[in-house]
Design a protein around this ligand. Structure first.
Ligand SMILES: [Ca+2]
Ligand SMILES: [Ca+2]
Ligand SMILES: [Ca+2]
Ligand SMILES: [Ca+2]
Length: 418
């Protein structure tokens, strides 16, 4: 009995020690390479796509390093003020240069530390790529920028840093994963398209390099494409490899948005009255309830829908605020009617996020006389960009005192990224 207890104790000790060792190692190891050194990415038909996290080594790591983030890996490397962006990243993982000591323009710029106009000096990533087709390759990178001092890197080849790989720059698409291929110049800070490329002189395995320009830069994936007009979409093309890749990282759920825009502005004034979209009937209307906040149309089965309810508040004159949802597949059309008479028609503009409920997607009709018992009708029609359809999403209607309609609109929008 005693011997058995001892054995268990010894086993337990070994187990606990190794668990401790593993978790400790993992917390420190998100600067390491996760691909085997035999893994080579292969260009096919003039295109190659590679996850940022598939570098085989990183060099120049004394001052800054690239840290991987995924469901179970969170960098702990000094100043890093933005949140995790695993959700929406390709392969559910990305790299970030840390620490990030220049977050805003007011933080001191220290060359060789938090900034490097010289490529190949700080935080350099290496990727092995086998090219079958020599020639010029335009470089596209999917990045996440949350400020003005985290949106530049350099790209190089076989230990060299040609002018055409310097100062890759992002301007559009703050706080969402964004593909770009532009070169910053003195005159054009937001960058010139088609200026970022690498010339592959001969077929065979080459070393593709990325190095820091600004700290805090977040790097998800890159694509090299011979077609000058190529533009990556969504999470980008499939990764082709010779050799075994690690298992994909587990997906994470979307960050929770605490209160949607509609609810925020509806509650902005004590005198406001409102009817949320989901308080309108959906059964038999060709609308369905979409998530917790919206009514929507399924474009596979319907292109239009109509629903009505009764205005049960105090009679009076109100500003009427209709909160629609902007979508990236086109503009939905909404018509609001009072007792069957058109109040107005509204189309939220096309947006670059997947959906966005905010000031931009909201319409105000001023000074409208309403009587208790009036019938309010919302007709919606899906929009299209020629390929995909919108879903005619809307959040609801607010009745606010006259003159307040425009004033309550300033609140943070709620949105979801693609
Ligand atoms: Ca960060
Ligand atoms: Ca920075
Ligand atoms: Ca960052
Ligand atoms: Ca990635």
């Amino acid at each position: 009995m005693k011997l058995r207890q001892m054995k268990i104790k010894v086993l337990l000790t070994i187990l606990l020690t190794s668990v401790g060792f593993i978790s400790n190692a993992q917390s420190k190891k998100n600067t390491n390479s996760i691909v085997d050194e035999n893994v080579v990415f292969e260009e096919k038909s003039g295109l190659v796509a590679i996850e940022a996290e598939f570098f085989y080594k990183q060099t120049n790591t004394n001052v800054r390093q690239w840290y991987r983030s995924s469901k179970f890996e969170k960098p702990n490397a000094g100043r890093d003020e933005d949140t995790l962006h695993v959700y929406g990243s390709s392969n559910n993982a990305y790299l970030e240069i840390l620490p990030d000591t220049r977050v805003t323009h007011d933080d001191a710029l220290i060359k060789g530390e938090n900034f490097s106009d010289v490529p190949g000096v700080l935080a350099t990533l290496h990727y092995k790529v086998k090219f079958n087709t020599p020639g010029r390759y335009y470089v596209w990178v999917r990045a996440m920028s949350t400020g003005s001092e985290d949106n530049g890197i350099h790209v190089g080849l076989n230990g060299e840093w040609p002018e055409s790989g310097q100062r890759m720059q992002w301007c559009d698409g703050k706080t969402r994963w964004t593909w770009a291929s532009k070169q910053r110049t003195k005159e054009i800070h937001c960058g010139i398209p088609h200026n970022i490329y690498l010339d592959i002189k001969e077929a065979g395995v080459h070393d593709i390099l990325f190095s820091m320009r600004e700290d805090g830069f977040e790097f998800d994936k890159f694509i090299l494409a011979q077609d000058k007009l190529y533009i990556p979409k969504g999470k980008g093309a499939k990764v082709n490899t010779i050799g075994q890749l690690p298992k994909p990282y587990p997906s994470v759920s979307a960050p929770i948005i605490k209160k949607n825009y509609f609810k925020t502005i509806a509650e902005a004034l004590p005198k406001n009255k409102w009817i949320a979209a989901q308080q309108f009937p959906s059964v038999g209307t060709d609308f369905y309830t979409n998530g917790k906040n919206w009514m929507a149309i399924n474009p596979k089965t319907h292109k239009k829908a109509i629903t009505s309810t009764v205005f049960n508040f105090e009679s009076g004159t109100y500003d009427i605020v209709f909160v629609g949802v902007g979508e990236n597949d086109g503009s939905s059309t909404f018509q609001v009617l009072i007792n069957g008479k058109e109040l107005g028609t509204y189309q939220p503009p096309l947006i670059d996020k997947m959906f966005e409920e905010g000031k931009k997607s909201t319409k105000v009709w001023k000074g409208i006389k309403m009587n208790k018992g009036d019938k309010i009708t919302v007709k919606a029609e899906v929009g299209t960009d020629g390929k995909e359809f919108t879903r005619g999403r809307w959040a609801g209607i607010i009745f606010t005192p006259v003159g307040k309609g425009k004033k309550i609109l300033n609140a943070q929008s709620s949105y979801s990224q693609d």
